[in-house]
Design a protein around this ligand. Sequence first.
Ligand code: B12
Length: 389
Amino acid sequence: MVVALALDESGIPETAEARIAVVEKLYKKAAEYGIDQKDIIIDPLAMTVSANDQAGRATLATVKYVKEIRHGLSLLGISNVSFGLPLREHITSIFFTMAMQNGLSAAIMNPNSMEMMKAWTCFKTLSGLDAQCLEYIGFAEKYSEHLAANTVSAGTAPGTPANGSAVAPATSNGNDTIHPLIKAILKGLKETAAAETLKLLTGSDGKEPMSAVEVIDTKIIPALDIIGKDFEQKKAYLPQLLMAADAAKDAFAVIKTELEKKGVEGEKKGPIVIATVKGDIHDIGKNIVKVLLENYSFRVIDLGKDVPPEAVLAAVIKEHAPLAGLSALMTTTVGAMEETIKLIQKDAPWCKVFVGGAVLNQDYADKIHADAYCKDAMESVKYAQSICK
Ligand code: B12
């Protein structure tokens, strides 16, 4: 490839129009030598704004012309733009961002500059080039460490993580004592999570097989607790929480399939209406409760998540259900739970309501007049057995 600078015998043109004219001359001359446009990178030249306050505009307009009109490639040595100014990296990094936005193809820039890497990473994230914002999250982690080390602006940039590599939350980093299933959930590795779950359930790793409840209680829930705490402490971010939740779901899907294989046939008890309350989309815990209840021969009518009180009531009435289970995981949605309980107790007084979810406890369940609080899926089975004989 050839790098062609946008200058001629008369020097570097100051205006965008004149520089673009040089670009056209370059393409033409190259063609005479049999050099194809795709093999040329035009350098529109970053001139210093402290010497000419219009210099940035001329360069950016030329970058844009090369990209949008000629569909060609461009390159800039970025840092020259800020020569002679204080806090040069402010100008350099923003200029870099603007150049990328105008279609710059390549840059000569300092990858050891924190500000430049910030511009690069944020640009990628905002341009849809950073799957699930993982690169940005990885950068942010390093950036925070950097700030803590108190060496802002002139310091060394973090090594940008490899594209697409999952950035594990701090808690899970490099800790070899963590069980592989927990690790897989923390890192959002769905296939590994499913494979590790199967190993635990079947004992195919040469160890004693675990029960479904044991896998849920000692692996899946602790993993989600870790990522939840990391999320709270801003060590993990929403994309990671989502990935962990997805991996946990896949692990759980394996448990469900294994339980179904063992399937208990016979008459079904219940039915039990079950739902995550309005405003709340957390359904992993509710789904676990559902599967376990089904495994103990209950017919479960699962209304899903974010379910309005009226919809729960309607299902209870339609099925004349003796029991309804409500799940809430956020302090903000416990109100909806209380509202649902009130409605059921008023219009379907035969139906008992049992509640669960991480934000609840016995005291709170009493306060909102639930008939029972179950701290986990196994307790919910025991309670259901006491009601639906
Ligand atoms: C996974 C997860 C998510 C996933 C949910 C995916 C899904 N499909 O469920 C995603 C990423 C989508 C998510 C989103 C959000 N989340 Co979230 N999330 C979690 C996390 C990490 C784990 C929850 C979980 O599944 N636990 C594992 C299950 C098995 O446990 P469980 O639900 O408690 O269920 C057991 C028992 O409670 C009981 N049980 C549960 N339900 C029922 C029902 C009945 C009837 C019975 C009897 C028993 C029972 O049995 C279950 C099995 O033993 C928690 C943190 C935590 N450690 O709880 C945060 C957490 C609940 N999320 C939180 C927040 C803030 C959010 C968001 C608002 C984030 C955001 N800014 O967007 C959104 C919520 C959007 C909404 N409107 O609901 C906060 C809530 C804070 C609060 N106190 O209000 C938490 C606590 C994280 C935190 N520490 O900040 N989240």
